[in-house]
Ligand binder design. Sequence first.
Ligand code: HEM
Length: 168
Amino acid sequence: MNGGVVMHAIVQGLHDVFAAMWAGGLLTMAVVVVQSMKAARGLQERTKSEGHTGVAGPERFMVLLQKRLRKVVTVAIVGVFVTGILLLRLSLQSSGGVFESSLYSTLIIVKVVLSVIMVLVAIMRSAKLRRFNEGSSDPRESGLPLLFTNAAIAVVVLMLSGVASVVH
Ligand code: HEM
């Protein structure tokens, strides 16, 4: 293995790690945490109907959890973009510096567009959560539809990445 191949393998590995952090965080939220929150809400309602008070709402639990997750996600987003652009450069170098119109280049362009949309959705959700944290108790204000939207886009991006690796 020459130095170039080793470098390509390292960047690709890092890209996978950051992508797993970002997409994994979203999928964990959608599949595990939101479902736990729903169970917590059910429990809270049962507790209330039995006359107990003072239990913190499950939406508050979500806000605290998301605050912790935000730092990890920010590192992952920056990492995925930096390593993604490096991968693109390495891939351009190996094709003699031209980004030919092909299924591969179309897949990468669609991926980049979807990745940018994911960042915008994440920013919108973050703003919603901030407003929710400042006092709203309306669960609709916690931006769950945006979380599910981003989790769905993440699955599409991962599928497109798989196809790009195969057709490359
Ligand atoms: C600016 C954004 C991005 C760029 C420019 C980019 C670019 C690339 C490139 C050039 C490859 C190599 C494909 C190949 O030739 O085999 C790749 C692979 C991959 N990307 Fe991205 N990507 C970006 C964002 C993302 C995001 C947001 C995710 C996931 C959430 C992701 C997940 C992956 C995965 C799983 C692979 C497969 C790597 C492998 O085969 O080991 N990428 N990406």
